[in-house]
Each structure stands twice: as structure tokens, then as C-alpha cells.
Design a protein around this ligand. Structure first.
Ligand code: ATP
Ligand code: MG
Length: 1015
């Protein structure tokens, strides 16, 4: 922001000489003419001081070149005042002069999207501008050091001076403004033709937004049709109403860089661009709303301004996105100040920004926010289908509209009449095409003179006009001298916006003057390191594509190096962008490294983004030449990470990538990578209920880990195979692995969290299960420890798994009985996982709560439990979660049916569950299912039921479950029930007493309760 302060010299004397009345008249004239100058340069007259004027540039409308504009206005005011002064000299005989002072400073924007300037924060800058005014010579303009810095390239300045100002003992530096050049900075825009309907509709939407009812506007149409032009017209309308406009654009080369566009948009909206990270955080923190500190950290990380010493919250990527959206949405809804957001060229948006923005757009109608999205017609993504959006598909201009445009461009000279017609026909309603043809003809010398007043000596029939817009641009570029051409080519590689300093860093001498003169680029900042933009995206595309491939590759390589050097310690944050450039340079090996680095950086934030980088790394590695020394190893590394995270991302359903990994590992003899990749595959089969496949792979995985013999790898990569073994009742293996892993972890719950958040938590739970199975002491402590470790790591998935093993299995086997503490633990875990947003974890914990409610079967519990379990079963079936546990659901539902009196309906369900589990060999689940069937049969006791129960018991007795205390205790109970059903009371009492004793000695609470209830 730049503050301009103008004041009349010796105003007191003048007042004395002329009287207050006449002075007021003169002042009114002065203010009028100053105001119109200020408006011409998009400033705002902020207030009339008694005898002067104060104006602000760059607030509330963010203008990048506020300082330059303020300088232009200051000189303009001095010039305009001369007319008023001449009259005053004539009429009143007084010498009227103004002093003007300028000072620039940072504005602290209030809230996201508001652009609300805390006007009090400006006070300091105003003070300095006023002091500059006081030391300016009459008729002159004085700049403070901060303004000098912003304009010195563009401006002509007096010698540096040290001036004494009020309120400071030490002199401060200042310089006089003598002149400033600007006319070549931006292409003069021809008047808008047509689009009247669109403009008035958009104006209506803007006014509604200002009244608090926002809207999303889509503008689509082919290149050069006038989408950006419409947004500029809108921006001017908004500026006239004092509304901040915040523009972001997407670019073809960043469409694969995750979060690139939202990062830019919100950096612009919060006003942190250009600030160091600490001040940027202060700006973000100055929001008037109460915000969660974790959300704040997530948002700062998105903007790339996070404090490196503050750890990122450990949450699931879905949750990260959801919380970021919620944060931004809440901030938007809290906004009172109207604003316009423009997101240009979303056909190039990255998918992560796209999904975040799609959510964001849903709240726009409730905020004073007009959001405009432009795209070419090929774009079909989420942002093209926003519910309730107003969409304008721009048609070509009509012939008469094109004619009006061409007439303005060419001018009225009769010599060009026929040529005009040729241009109108060729341009076919695309205004940009018309403009480019005119420039091309002028550069070729067919048109002579200046824009708007050309003449020609060539017959229209003899003039060849390029056939397409692209060809026109290409021939204009072709006509540049080699330096300018090289500058333009290098700039095209950098991006839509580029700085002279980066060009220099690429070894390109920036020849921007020719490019500005040819109106191929526009200048946007006028600092010591000026910045430019391509006048139009198509110019960049053509400039990019018409270069020699080898030149382009060299430039990409240099850009990558420059970005890396400039990022300093933050290179990882830019790794995805650097990877794009390196890959475009054709340096596959280096591109591979950068994609992998980008993956590691994203993995803590969004596993889907990380996986995108790993996918790219796979493709790059695959493209390496066959004779590349490390090709196989490089092809393996990203595949291992992808396969290792498949289970979290629910990906690679076909298993194709895993098969590739297997083959590559076989070629390279890389067993470790294979073992890591296999983990997910095992878990995935289990989730889908493919128990046999899971079993085969689990055995292979454990054998592989054994043969590698690395305890650390076994601890980290063995967990999913061991989970399968537990389901199958192969508890010796479970015991062996969990014992070894608990010892390896040495009490550190986060040790080795490569694939699963806490191997120690998992191993403790598994040992608890194995000890339960064998009836060894210490099972309860193990399970309790497991929960404590899981809670410490705060990893939702680990917490859900461990709780499922403790309570899910404990209730199923009746080793635990649900008390209030259990309910509390599970309910609090449910809150944790729901907040984390990991859907898989949520289903697990909801299901757990359902089990507890059903087993407690208290007042109201059962209905709630049944409803909850029905929901989770449906989700599990839909999402292929908990596939191997679907039969367990049937047992719970069967028991509920029986309890409601419908034994005939229940028994077939229970029978089927038992048969399914038997067929799959799920010995670890099977026992209580048999118990449920037997008990229901004995309750019904029609023909053959007792015999069927006895047969089921016999089968269980001979099932492969050596040494299982679980089986033994269930068998005792079942046999007691059979004896009673057969009126064998002596037998019944014997089994019942042994059952009671065993339950009590093992401390199996559920069985103790049952045994106690037996008559
Ligand atoms: N209605 C119009 N009247 C006068 N000039 C126009 C009009 N529409 C567009 N132009 C001019 O045509 C040129 C190209 O327009 P613009 O950049 O808006 O195209 P675009 O649709 O955004 O293309 P792209 O998809 O490549 O971004 C600009 O110089 C613009 O000023
Ligand atoms: Mg455009």
C-alpha cells in the first residue's frame, strides 16, 4: 500500500489574504482535480484534511504496482494543480502550490478474503507520508525510502537526501520524484465490444454479493475469446465499488503439482504473499475468529508458512482436507467484507486443489463473495459442475462486433477498408485473433503508422494473413530478434509470470523491452527485480512449443536448479515442481529423485498426493534406458511404497502393481522390498474376505521375513500376516511374532512406524490374544498395554485395530464383559477416529460399539446396537471393509432374531455362519459361532435339534485348535447345556461346576457371568 499526502504551501497566509470563503472555493477545486487524478490511477481518496488530500493506493483493492501508481498520481496532481494555480494567481494574486509526500508499507489484511484493511494499522504509514510532504519542496514530490525501493527502476529520482522530520532526532533518507515512465508497461486495451448481456448479468451478481449473497460464476470458451477480458471488466467494476479482487491462475506445467492453486489463491486472499513466514503467520493469526490451533497449523502448512518447529498434526489425509475446507469455509462465512475471487484457467488445475475448491465453492453463496472461474471448453472437472453456479459460455463475437473492434484497432483511413474486411473474416469472432493479425501486419510493414491510425499501400488481395491464431502468434514471435526470442522462450519455460532476475539466473539476458513493445508481455511490478506476465496464455503456449526441444530441455534444467537454490531449506516443499522441470528436461534419473522427495514430503500430509508422486516416479523409472545401472532398483522403490500404502488407500484392487513388484524383486533378488509390498496385499485380501488367498500369502510373507532374518523388518512388515494367522487360530505363530516384536520395540510405541503406526501396540494386542487363546496369564495386561500404546501414537487406524482386538475379540470369545469403562473407552475412541476422518477406522470402532451395546443388552442398548451394526455392516459390504468378518455380523444378527423369539429364522443364519467360517478355516472366529448355534438349537429343541447340536460340538472338539483354552471353556458350557436338555442332571452339574471353575481361574469375565447365571 502507498499513501499519498498532498497539502497547500502556506495555507494559513493564503487564508488570511483571501478569507475563508474564497479559500474553501479554491480548496474544493483542488480536491476535485486531485480526486480525479487519483481515481485515474485506481487509488482511493481517503479523507480530506482541512487544506489537503490524502489518498491510498493498494487498499482496499490490492494493486501490485501501488507505488508506481501513487507516483504517477502525485506527478499528475502537481500538473493538474497548475491550472487552478494560474486562475488563483490571476484573480487573487496568490501563489498556490502543493507539496506531496509518499510512503509505502505493508497492509495487514484482516481476515481471509475480506481484504479489510485495519485502517488503524495504516496510521503509521500515513504519518510518514505526511512527514515526507512536509519536507517536499513547493511543487515537488518527496518519497520515503520504502517507496523509493519499489519504484527506483521505473522512476527518475533526485539524489538521495537525509531529511529531518518531526518526531525523530535522526535524519531519515528520502528522494525527490522527478518523473516516471510507464506507458510501455501494459498493452493498451481496446474498448470492450459486445458482451453486454454477460456484463450486466455479472454486475447484478456482484451487487448481490456485496449485499451478502454470493455466487459462483463460470466463464467458459475457447482460447482468446475473451474470458480473461470479462474478468478484468468485472475487476474494474469491483474496484469502483471498493471491493477487493483476488486473482489466481492455473498453469499447464503445474497441473500435477498437488495443492499448487489453492496455495496461491489463499496466499493472495490472506495477503501473506511477499511476507516472511513469521509475519505471514502473524497475519493469519490476527483473524478475529476463535480457531483451533491444530487447524491453524494445517492452514499455515498449506500456505507454506508453517513454523518448522511445530509438528504437523498426525491425521489422515481425508481429515486433513476436510479440516482445511472447514477452516477456510468457516473463515469465509465469518467474512463481512465483500470480495471477488477469480480463478483463471482451471482446465490446468491440479486435482487436489480442485477437490478442495469444490468444497469451498459450496459456501460461497452464503458469503459476500463472488467467485469467478474461467476455463476452456475441454474442461469437464468438478469446478465445471458446481451446483447453482451461473455459467456463461462465450460465443464468438458477431460480425458487426468484430468489425467495431477491428475499426478501432485500424483507424478510419480509407486505404485500409478492404484489409479490415479480410481481418474480420479471418478472425471469425475471436477478438484476440483480430488483435494479433493487426499486430502481425503492422510488424510486417503492411500496416504503417500507429495503432488506431494505420495506413496501408498494399492491396488487400495481395496480403497473406496466417490461417490460425497460433500461426499468427508464431510468425510474430519469429520476427523478434534472437535475444528477445530467447527471453520469451525462457520465460515460457518458467511460467505465466516471471521475474527478470530468474531469467538472468538462467543465463538469459532479459531483453524485455522488445517484448513489451511487441505487447507479448506486460509488466506487473516495477521494483528492482521487476516481474512480467505473458499477455495471454496462448502466447506462452506458442512460445513454448516453437522452441527447439533441446533448448527447452536446457532451460527446464536451469529453472529446476534455480528453484532449488532459491528454496534453500524448503526445497522439499517445491520438490514436486522441481520434479516437473527436471522431467521436462529429460533428466530421468534426477526427476526420479525429486518425485521421490516430493512423495516423502507429501506423505505426512496427504498419502494420496504422495502416491501421485510415487506413480510419477514409477513411470520415470520405467522409462529409463534398459542399460541404466540401477533401473530395476529404481523401478522397485516407488512400487514398494505404493504397495506398502495400498491398504490405507484402498488401492490396487487388481493386484497388478504387486505382481509387477514381485517380478522386479525376483529379478533383482530384492526380498526386503517384496516383503514390505506384500504386507498390504495380505491385509487387502483379508479386508475383502478372501481368506484363502490371504492365508496363502500370509504364510509366504512370514516365510520370506524369516528367510531375510531382519528382526526390525519382521516387526514392521509382519503385522498383517500375523493378523490373518490370528483369524485362522494359528496362535503359535502369533505368539512367536508378537513376543519377538514386543522385545524388539523395547517399550517405544513409535519405533518402526513405516507401514503401521505402532508395531508395539499391534504386537502387544496380538500377544494378549495369543495368551487368551492358550489361557496363559498376562493376557489382560497385554491388551491394556496395547490400548495405552495406541492412544499414545494417536494414530486412528492403530487405535481402531487394537481396540477391535481387545474388545471385539474379548466380547466375541466372552473373555471380557462390557462394563461402563469399556463403553467410555470406545466412545472416546470413536470421537478420535471420527475427527480423524479415516473411514476404515470409523467403521471398525462403530462396529465395536454396536457389539458392546448388543452384549450388554440393557434398556435401549439393543435397539441402538442393532441399528448401528446394520449400518456398519452395510458400509462394510459396500466399501469392502471387514470382509473376513461378515459372518460375525450374521451371528450377532442371528442371536438377536432368536432373542426376539424367531428361532426358526435364526438357526439357518447361524448354521450358515458356522459353515462359512469352517470352510474358510477361520478357527479363531469359529468357536463362539458354534456356541451360538448350539444354544439356539437347544432352546428350540424340535426334532433333530439336539442331535445337530451334539454333532456341532463333536466337530468343534476335533477342530485344529490344539491347546486352546477358548475352545475348552466353550465346550464345557455347550456340554452342560446339552446335558440339561437331555435331562442328564448329574452330567449337567459336573460340566457346570467345571465350567465355573475354569472361567474363574482364567478370569474370563463373560463366561464367569454366564456360569454364575446357570441354575
Ligand atoms: N469483447 C471484447 N472486446 C474487445 N476486446 C476483447 C473482447 N474480448 C476479448 N478481447 C481482447 O482479446 C484478447 C484475448 O482475450 P482473453 O485473454 O480474455 O481471452 P481468453 O478467453 O481468456 O483466452 P485464454 O483461454 O487463452 O485465456 C485480449 O487482449 C482482450 O482484451
Ligand atoms: Mg484467459
Amino acid at each position: 500500500m502507498t499513501v499519498l499526502f498532498a497539502d497547500v504551501v502556506h495555507s494559513m497566509d493564503i487564508a488570511r489574504r483571501l478569507g475563508a470563503e474564497r479559500l474553501r472555493e479554491i480548496m474544493a477545486e483542488l480536491v476535485d482535480c486531485a480526486s480525479s487524478v487519483v481515481q485515474r490511477y485506481s487509488g482511493t481518496v481517503d479523507k480530506f484534511t482541512g487544506d489537503g488530500v490524502m489518498a491510498v493506493f493498494g487498499a482496499p483493492v490490492a494493486l501490485e504496482d501501488h507505488a508506481v501508481r501513487a507516483c504517477l498520481a502525485a506527478l499528475g496532481i502537481q500538473e493538474a494543480v497548475q491550472a487552478v494555480a494560474a486562475v488563483a494567481q490571476d484573480r487573487d494574486g496568490v501563489d498556490l502550490q502543493l507539496r506531496v509526500g509518499l510512503n509505502s508499507g505493508q497492509v495487514i489484511a484482516g481476515e481471509i478474503g475480506s481484504g479489510a484493511v485495519g485502517y488503524t494499522a495504516i496510521g503509521e504509514h500515513v504519518g510518514m507520508a505526511q512527514r515526507m510532504e512536509a519536507v517536499a519542496p513547493p511543487g515537488g514530490v518527496m518519497l520515503s525510502a520504502s517507496t523509493v525501493r519499489l519504484v527506483e527502476v521505473a522512476a527518475t529520482l533526485g539524489e538521495p537526501e537525509l531529511v529531518h522530520i518531526k518526531g525523530s532526532d535522526d535524519p531519515v533518507p528520502a528522494r525527490r520524484l522527478l518523473g516516471i515512465g510507464h506507458s510501455a508497461a501494459t498493452r493498451a486495451e481496446s474498448s470492450l465490444v459486445g458482451r453486454r448481456w454477460e456484463m450486466s448479468a455479472i454486475e447484478g451478481l456482484l451487487d448481490r454479493a456485496i449485499d451478502g449473497q454470493g455466487a459462483v460464476v463460470g466463464i467458459s470458451g475457447p482460447a482468446g475469446i475473451g474470458k480473461s477480458r470479462l474478468t478484468r471488466e468485472l475487476a474494474a467494476m469491483a474496484a469502483n465499488r471498493g471491493v477487493q479482487v483476488c486473482t489466481t491462475f492455473c498453469e499447464s506445467h503445474t497441473s500435477q503439482v498437488p495443492f499448487h492453486v489453492v496455495k496461491r489463491l489463499f496466499r493472495a486472499a490472506t495477503g501473506v504473499e511477499g511476507l516472511d513466514t513469521e509475519s505471514a503467520r502473524a497475519v493469519v493469526a490476527s483473524q478475529p475468529r476463535e480457531v483451533d490451533s491444530e487447524d491453524q497449523v494445517l492452514f499455515e502448512d498449506l500456505l507454506g508458512i508453517a513454523d518448522p518447529d511445530v509438528a504437523l498434526p498426525q491425521i489422515d489425509p481425508d481429515a486433513r482436507r476436510r479440516r482445511l475446507t472447514a477452516f477456510v469455509n468457516a473463515a469465509t462465512l465469518a467474512t463481512q467484507t465483500p470480495a471477488v475471487f477469480v480463478i483463471e484457467d482451471v482446465h490446468w488445475i491440479d486435482e487436489f486443489s480442485e477437490s478442495l475448491l469444490a468444497d469451498f465453492l459450496s459456501v460461497v453463496p452464503q458469503a459476500p463473495l463472488l467467485t469467478v472461474i474461467t476455463s476452456r471448453p475441454e474442461y469437464r472437472g468438478a469446478l465445471a459442475q458446481v451446483a447453482g453456479a451461473q455459467t456463461f459460455a462465450l460465443a464468438p463475437l458477431s460480425n458487426s462486433e468484430t468489425a467495431a473492434l477491428v475499426a478501432e484497432l485500424l483507424g478510419p483511413d480509407p486505404s485500409i477498408g478492404a484489409l479490415g474486411q479480410t481481418i474480420i473474416e479471418r478472425a471469425a469472432g475471436t477478438p484476440f485473433f483480430a488483435e494479433e493479425i493487426v499486430l502481425e501486419l503492422a510488424e510486417r510493414g503492411v500496416l504503417q503508422g500507429d495503432s488506431g491510425s494505420y495506413v496501408t499501400t498494399t492491396e488487400a488481395a495481395d496480403v497473406a494473413v496466417p490461417a490460425t491464431l497460433q500461426a499468427t502468434i508464431a510468425s510474430r514471435i519469429d520476427r523478434l530478434d534472437s535475444k528477445a526470442k530467447r527471453t520469451l522462450g525462457a520465460a515460457a519455460v518458467i511460467g505465466s509470470r516471471f521475474g527478470a532476475d530468474l531469467l538472468t539466473a538462467l543465463g538469459v539476458e532479459p531483453a524485455v523491452d522488445d517484448l513489451l513493445a511487441a505487447q507479448l508481455i506486460d509488466q506487473v511490478t516495477f521494483t528492482r527485480a521487476p516481474e512480467f506476465v505473458f499477455h495471454q496464455p496462448l502466447i506462452r503456449t506458442v512460445a513454448y512449443e516453437t522452441q527447439l526441444k533441446s533448448d527447452r530441455a536446457d532451460l527446464h534444467r536451469s529453472v529446476a536448479t534455480a528453484i532449488e537454490q532459491r528454496s534453500g531449506t524448503a526445497a522439499d516443499e517445491n520438490a514436486a515442481l522441481i520434479a516437473e522441470h527436471v522431467e521436462a528436461a529429460g533428466d530421468l534419473a534426477a526427476a526420479f529423485d525429486w518425485h521421490m522427495r516430493a512423495g516423502v514430503w507429501s506423505n505426512n500430509r496427504d498419502v494420496a498426493a504422495a502416491r501421485l508422486s510415487w506413480e510419477r516416479a514409477c513411470r520415470v523409472a520405467d522409462a529409463l534406458p534398459d542399460n541404466h545401472r540401477e533401473r530395476t532398483a529404481l523401478r522397485i522403490a516407488p512400487r514398494t511404497l505404493l504397495c506398502g500404502t495400498d491398504w490405507r488407500a484402498h488401492a490396487d484392487e487388481s493386484g497388478i502393481r504387486f505382481e509387477e513388484l514381485r517380478e522386479l524383486c525376483a529379478q533383482a533378488g530384492d526380498q526386503t522390498s517384496l516383503a514390505v509390498g506384500m504386507t498390504s496385499r495380505v491385509g487387502w485380501h483379508a479386508q475383502c474376505g478372501q481368506v484363502r488367498e490371504a492365508r496363502r500369502l500370509a504364510s509366504e510373507s512370514l516365510a520370506l521375513l524369516d528367510s531375510i532374518g531382519d528382526p526390525s523388518l519382521t516387526a514392521q512388515a509382519g503385522f498383517s500376516a500375523i493378523g490373518i494367522k490370528a483369524i485362522l487360530g494359528e496362535m503359535d505363530e502369533v505368539m512367536r511374532w508378537s513376543q519377538a516384536t514386543v522385545e524388539w520395540a523395547k517399550g517405544d510405541p513409535t519405533k518402526g512406524n513405516l507401514i503401521v503406526g505402532s508395531p508395539l501396540a499391534v504386537a502387544s494386542a496380538m500377544r494378549g490374544l495369543a495368551r487368551t487363546w492358550f489361557g496363559h496369564t498376562g493376557w489382560r495386561e497385554d491388551l491394556d498395554d496395547a490400548v495405552t500404546f495406541a492412544e499414545q501414537t494417536r494414530e486412528p487406524l492403530v487405535l481402531a485395530m487394537v481396540l477391535s482386538w481387545k474388545y471385539g475379540m474379548g466380547l466375541w470369545n466372552r473373555t471380557l464383559h462390557p462394563d461402563d469403562a469399556a463403553i467410555r473407552t470406545i466412545e472416546s475412541a470413536l470421537q478420535t477416529v471420527e475427527a480423524s476422518g479415516d473411514d476404515y477406522a470409523v467403521v471398525m470402532v462403530r462396529n465395536l460399539l454396536a457389539c458392546v451395546l448388543l452384549i450388554r443388552s440393557g434398556e435401549g442398548d439393543r435397539d441402538r446396537g442393532l441399528e448401528l451394526m446394520t449400518q456398519t455392516r452395510d458400509v462394510a459390504v459396500q466399501q469392502q471393509y471387514l470382509g473376513s468378518e461378515l459372518s460375525n455380523f450374521e451371528v450377532y444378527f442371528g442371536l438377536e432374531k432368536a432373542r426376539g423369539g424367531d428361532r426358526d429364522g435364526a438357526i439357518p443364519m447361524l448354521r450358515k455362519a458356522v459353515d462359512d467360517m469352517t470352510a474358510r478355516g477361520q478357527v479363531g472366529y469359529y468357536i463362539p459361532a458354534v456356541g451360538a448355534l448350539v444354544e439356539t438349537l437347544l432352546d428350540r429343541r424340535t426334532d433333530g435339534d439336539v442331535a445337530e447340536a451334539e454333532a456341532a460340538i463333536a466337530r468343534l472338539d476335533s477342530a485344529p485348535a490344539e491347546g486352546s483354552a477358548i475352545r475348552d471353556i466353550w465346550l464345557l458350557r455347550m456340554r452342560a447345556l446339552v446335558a440339561r436338555a437331555c435331562s442328564d442332571y448329574a452330567g449337567y452339574r459336573d460340566y457346570r461346576d467345571r465350567y465355573r471353575e475354569m472361567a474363574t481361574s482364567l478370569g474370563f469375565e463373560g463366561h464367569m457371568k454366564w456360569a454364575g447365571d446357570m441354575p
